[in-house]
Design a protein around this ligand. Structure first.
Ligand code: FAD
Length: 459
């Protein structure tokens, strides 16, 4: 059978491409969506993300995004791509509305750093995108999601046009011929060999933050390299986050760290916990724990912080904190040196400057005379009971990927587009140095739509 479209990947990028293609080309279009996982395990990273969207209340991408990408990329980030992304975001929300993906907008004091605005998210999270758009694919007469089916190679004709995908499934290997192919198979966070190649020997030490990430094995790069495909994004950087070591729960991030301190195995602080809101610093903290702290760190605070508004809600672990009536007791329970922890906390408390704290703003209540400082929300850790969470860095996604342009076309090293081949989502490299949080799922959805539009027009 010849397909109009074969989509590799069943996350936000792939499903948005499949559904948008049916809108463009007609509901009877012949579409195959390939998913390496089973039906129960489908959806890649999208399935597990809370999926914050960094937008204003008018459905616009944070207006600061392009400036951030320009600054962080130091000339390397494709700003045409970023501008197209921004201009297409309102239409992506119309698309979500048309297909019944529930989402909410809420004000958030720290989001959209200098431009105001807030955050949005699908309800209850990325799983709503997967389930709603997958149900739409299932409802189309000539479309299907092929589970436990992985793309192994791309087929091309003598002109270099992509004409199909070689797949492997429990039924064996076959070639699915297609007028166009969209690659949306995620990053390489599930490929230990590539993590070691690009991050160094310790690249494979990080656990993945959610189980289905093991299916994202850098196949975008493996599939397009034989066709002369180019790459983009920073290959030796990734987005990682500090998670509770005691649980298998996906996304068990300890986001409340600005309201206490973080210490290493020697009970030394190594990070300014209050340098900014957690969504601006969680990536830096994850990287620091992995790169320089031997993958181990401990949050220490007063138990009372769990009663502060919203703080217990952002400790995403399913495990209760470790507790101690005294700091020495807490240290013993955490396997840390009691005297060293008491000394660090004493030094921290003594360095706190006078003034009121206000958790709804960057309050400037800081320490002086200790290294590193704590720049905001520096309140004493003095009254028991005390709590601690053991943490490690878990990988969420990689920055490096294949190069695509603002029309979602996959580019060769000479800058030309590979005919018949499009890409969306994390498989495409974009970010350098730092990831502006809340822009990844929305990018996958938006370029999935653009890939579908281009593929339908190209056909
Ligand atoms: C816990 C967590 C929290 C996050 N929080 C946020 C957030 O708040 N906001 C935000 O914007 N982003 C967030 N992200 C990142 C975001 O979820 C991803 O960047 C985004 O979902 C990627 O979508 P995608 O479609 O590109 O890839 P994915 O959703 O990962 O989908 C890739 C798909 O490809 C399949 N696949 C891989 N290789 C093959 C192959 N060879 N053949 C067939 N199928 C294949 C996989 O099984 C999977 O179905 C978070 C991620 C995680 C894990």
């Amino acid at each position: 059978m010849e397909y109009d479209l074969v989509v590799i990947g069943c996350g936000a990028g792939g499903l948005s491409a499949a559904v948008a293609y049916a809108e463009e080309a007609g509901e009877d279009a012949r579409i195959a969506v390939l998913e390496r996982a089973t039906r129960e395990g489908r959806g890649g990273a999208t399935r597990w993300t809370s999926s914050w969207f960094r937008i204003t209340k008018d459905r616009q991408l944070d207006p600061a995004f392009i400036g951030m990408m320009e600054e962080l990329g130091e000339g390397k980030a494709d700003l045409d791509y970023c501008r197209t992304y921004a201009s297409e975001v309102p239409a992506t929300f119309d698309f979500l509305d048309r297909h019944g993906v529930p989402w909410v907008y809420f004000e958030q004091p720290f989001a959209n750093r200098n431009t105001g605005g807030g955050l949005a998210m699908p309800v209850p999270g990325g799983v709503a995108i997967v389930d709603t758009l997958a149900a739409k694919v299932d409802s189309l007469p000539n479309a299907a999601i092929h589970y436990e089916t992985e793309a192994c190679a791309l087929e091309t004709d003598e002109s270099g046009r992509v004409t199909g995908v070689h797949v492997r499934s429990p039924e064996g290997e076959q070639l699915l011929r297609a007028k166009a192919v969209v690659i949306a198979c995620g990053g390489f966070e599930g490929a230990p060999d590539m993590l070691v190649e690009h991050l160094g020997p310790r690249g494979a030490e990080m656990p993945v933050i959610a189980p289905t990430l093991v299916n994202n094995r850098g196949d975008g790069i493996r599939l397009t390299a034989p066709l002369g495909g180019d790459v983009a994004g920073q290959f030796d950087m990734f987005h990682g986050e500090p998670v509770d070591t005691r649980t298998e729960k996906p996304d068990a991030v300890i986001y409340g760290y600005p309201f206490g301190i973080i210490v290493n195995r020697d009970c030394q602080r190594f990070f300014d916990e209050g340098q900014d809101s957690f969504d601006s610093t969680f990536e830096k903290l994850g990287y620091e724990i992995w790169a320089n702290q031997d993958q181990q760190a401990w949050f220490i605070g007063e138990k009372a912080i769990l009663d502060w508004p919203n703080v217990a809600d952002i400790m995403l672990t399913d495990q209760p904190p470790v507790e101690g009536e005294t700091l020495a007791e807490l240290a013993t329970a955490l396997g840390l040196d009691p005297a060293a922890l008491v000394a660090t906390v004493d030094a921290y408390n003594a360095a706190i400057q006078p003034g009121e704290t206000d958790r709804s703003i960057r309050d400037g209540k800081c320490t002086k005379g200790i290294e590193p400082p704590k720049s905001n929300w520096a309140t004493p850790i003095a009254s028991g009971p005390f709590i601690g969470y053991p943490m490690t860095a878990a990988i969420t996604f990689t920055f490096g990927g294949i190069r695509s342009d603002k029309r979602a076309r996959v580019l060769r090293k000479d800058g030309s587009a590979i005919p018949g081949l499009y890409a969306a989502g994390e498989v495409t490299g974009l970010y350098y140095k730092e990831y502006p949080a809340g822009t990844s799922v929305l990018r996958a959805l938006t370029f999935g739509r653009i890939a579908a539009r281009e593929a339908a027009a190209g056909a």
